[in-house]
Write a protein that binds this ligand. Structure first.
Ligand code: FAD
Length: 446
């Protein structure tokens, strides 16, 4: 009998701050009995909840179950920086310019944004959680400025708008004198990621999708024509299974030694008081990605998004075992405090309220894994660090494959190459972490 067993389950390090700042959410049931469904979706992140929504669109009568290991919005979905980016954003490049068909990728990313916007409208998700304000690539060094210039030229060649901000405009925006210039692009949507994900889950539940939390899927096995999905305390029999577990695809023995299991880190200030906000200056909301992909992302949010706070994100560590250590988080938190203090000397030393790690998954050749893994088992995984948009797309594609529906989205993702094989251990871990530290050092100003 064909059986897939999970060798490891998600382990979170630190709180999902975006979720924490929204206050408590009503707990959902744990899967504790034996149920049946037409579709089971494993993982309630961007890909999983999108897949569930797409299934309900294509097959409104279908019985859909979503099974999540933790709580909704407590995984990477509540731990990211919330940039839903329309343009090429190749994290492996020096300046984000893509190496593939950028026109096609932009078109797909914008379809992801449209899909998310339609969900926001239909499920009446707070528009503050889905804010189409664009973003700025901040430059703090001449090298970073050169990255921005080359990226701007690339955008011109694609017929895309961008606008250069000078030192003063960057100061007016952020209140920081750290940046010497910036490149604004208008199409990025800034999410309150946990707010958006909670809203998706609430909307789906309202449409009859059964969502189980704190229910890890420990394996699945062929059961006649369908599959028996085993969770920690219950089971579901189903004819179609959709795996949207990002890097944990490898835990089920799929694409073994082909996926880079990476952790990123972030910190968030406490709610800033009136006096601190006056010292800070700048606009109440802004979002700055570094011009060098290995630099530091900064974001300011306001009271309608969970408080007047600043979020700092930097550092990356490869952890093939899919668990970030306390030492990883401690090191990253120290680096981020330093980055924050450099940018905001008037607020230097402020104690961060939240520090956390989040799991993401990349392939060496930048492809996702969206295909039929086994008869009736589909995956929408491996988002290459861009899961708000890419996860939405692979979720759509996996659902469409499961429903036998063809579209340019499912066509694109299901025909991608297989992830390239990684170098063997320990060379992979040592080599990748050495490269990451070197890139981090190179981007130290940014
Ligand atoms: C600090 C940080 C900043 C980031 N910033 C951005 C950004 O600005 N923009 C962007 O696009 N991306 C960003 N990312 C990446 C983004 O968060 C991910 O790419 C995205 O969350 C992937 O979506 P997903 O649905 O594929 O996977 P996930 O969000 O990881 O969801 C998978 C879900 O599956 C669940 N799961 C796994 N195994 C099991 C199991 N056995 N049983 C049941 N459930 C299981 C997990 O608990 C998880 O909730 C960032 C990530 C981090 C960590």
């Amino acid at each position: 009998m064909t059986r897939y067993t999970a060798k490891s389950l998600p382990v979170q390090r630190g709180p999902a701050a975006w979720n924490a700042i929204l206050g408590p959410q009503t707990p959902r049931s744990v899967l504790e009995d034996n149920q049946s469904a037409d579709f089971v979706v494993v993982g309630a992140g961007f890909a999983g909840l999108t897949a569930a929504r797409r299934i309900t669109q294509l097959e409104p009568e279908a019985r859909v179950v979503v099974i999540e290991s933790g709580r909704v919005a407590e995984g990477a979905a509540g731990r990211n920086s919330g940039f839903m980016i329309d343009l090429p954003h190749d994290l492996a490049s020096d300046d984000y310019a893509g190496s593939g068909d950028d026109h096609k990728m932009i078109g797909l990313n914008r379809q992801a944004i449209d899909f998310a916007r339609a969900a926001v409208d239909e499920y009446q998700i707070d528009p503050n959680y889905f804010d189409q304000v664009g973003k700025v690539n901040g430059a703090a060094s001449e090298a970073a400025e050169a990255h921005n210039k080359s990226y701007a030229q690339h955008l011109v060649s694609l017929g895309e708008d961008s606008q250069t901000l000078d030192r003063e405009q960057m100061h007016e925006l952020t209140g920081s004198r750290h940046y010497i210039s910036g490149l604004f692009t208008p199409g990025t949507v800034m999410l309150q990621p946990a707010g958006y994900i909670r809203g998706l889950a609430r909307g789906l539940a309202g449409q009859g999708v059964r969502i189980f939390e704190n229910s890890s899927v420990t394996g699945f096995a062929r059961d006649g024509e369908g599959w028996l999905v085993q969770a920690s305390k219950g089971t579901v029999t189903t004819s179609k299974l959709v795996l949207t577990v990002n890097g944990h695809l490898e835990s089920f023995g799929i694409e073994r030694d082909r996926l880079l299991q990476l952790f990123l880190f972030a910190v968030m200030t406490p709610e800033l008081g009136r006096e601190e906000l006056t010292r800070l200056g700048g606009q109440p909301r802004w979002a700055v990605t570094p011009s060098d992909p290995m630099g530091t992302t900064m974001r300011r949010i306001d009271s309608s998004q969970g408080g007047n706070r600043i979020v700092t994100r930097t550092c990356a560590t490869l952890r093939p075992g899919m668990v970030a250590t306390q030492a990883d988080l401690k090191r990253a938190a120290c680096v981020m405090q330093r980055k924050f203090d450099q940018r905001f000397p008037k607020l230097a030393g402020i104690q961060m309220e939240y520090q956390w790690a989040g799991h993401l998954c990349l392939s060496l050749n930048g492809v996702s894994v969206t295909r039929e893994i086994d008869a009736g088992v589909y995956s929408g995984c491996v988002q290459n660090g861009l899961g708000t948009a890419r996860g939405t797309l692979t979720g759509i594609a996996a659902a469409e494959l499961a429903c036998g529906h063809n579209s340019p989205i499912s066509q694109h993702f299901s025909t991608e190459a297989q992830p390239k094989r990684l170098p063997p251990q320990p060379f992979q871990k040592i080599g990748a972490n050495a490269v990451l530290r070197w890139k981090e050092w190179k981007a130290r100003r940014d």
